[in-house]
Ligand binder design. Structure first.
Ligand SMILES: C[S@@+](CC[C@H](N)C(=O)[O-])C[C@H]1O[C@@H](n2cnc3c(N)ncnc32)[C@H](O)[C@@H]1O
Length: 231
């Protein structure tokens, strides 16, 4: 280390506590406002993007539909739905009628579904390749898979023991593209610094101007949406 660098590092050692004392970071920026995605106050940031993605693709939600945990998007966005199945690994889920780990879903018949809505679930599935293979297998030809996965997100306390992954746009393109074909896989990353920090902090959509959510900054991808078609 040169003499100048040594002097600089000594100055920094002395100056840092002084700067911290003169300009302390506001404590409200260092603690989350909510440990439940802000559910107690409004719409979580991630959900705002997922809802819009589903609205854009609502034409796909038709015929024989499968969803995870409940019929949230099937009921709110579907049209001409003839069957609405709900899959969950959790046997206590009274909304579900198919109980299996998605990575071992051999009990679900092949080519059954026109649409599979797979939101906020793959982070809990260790064997992603197997789960995506099953998603492909159970879709009819031309069937559509609609996916959302988190990129920057707190851990769900209730599911922390099975929480395995966070995702990037590139990772999703490869994961889904390798099974559905790159040309049949459309990946839409979303979010920016504001949405990611707000999402971590439990700030909700009602708290901030919507314009803050509308731009995408690839340095701070908040989550990834995927539409994949079985050709
Ligand atoms: C955070 S919830 C998301 C549910 C809903 N799709 C949504 O968008 O709000 C995750 C759900 O995935 C289920 N799950 C976790 N691991 C799973 C697995 N390996 N196979 C199938 N479902 C799983 C959980 O039991 C839970 O119901």
């Amino acid at each position: 280390m040169s003499f100048l660098s040594k002097v600089k590092s000594q100055i920094l050692i002395v100056a840092r506590p002084l700067v911290r004392w003169l300009r302390p970071a506001p404590l409200n920026q260092l603690r989350p406002m909510s440990r439940r995605w802000g559910h107690e106050r409004g719409t979580s940031i991630g959900r705002w993007y997922i809802d819009r993605f589903m609205e854009r693709n609502r034409n796909d939600i038709t015929g024989v539909v499968l969803e995870i945990k409940n019929r949230r998007y099937c009921d709110s966005m579907g049209h001409d739905v003839t069957v609405a199945d709900v899959l969950d690994v959790d046997r206590n889920n009274t909304n579900a009628n198919i109980f299996t780990d998605l990575a071992q879903a051999d009990c679900v018949p092949s080519e059954k579904y026109d649409c599979f809505i797979l939101t906020e679930t793959l982070q809990f599935v260790f064997d992603l390749n197997s789960a995506i293979q099953h998603a492909w297998r159970i879709l009819k030809p031309d069937g559509v898979l609609l996916v959302s996965v988190p990129a920057i997100s707190p851990q769900d306390k209730e599911l922390a023991e099975v929480d395995c992954w966070r995702f990037t746009p590139r990772g999703c393109k490869l994961l889904f593209g390798n099974v559905f074909g790159q040309e049949n896989t459309h990946v839409e990353p979303y979010g920016n610094f504001a949405s990611s920090v707000a999402g971590l902090s439990g700030i909700v959509v009602e708290d901030i101007p919507i314009e803050e959510l509308q731009t995408y900054d690839s340095m701070f991808t908040h989550g990834v949406l995927v539409r994949a078609v079985k050709r």
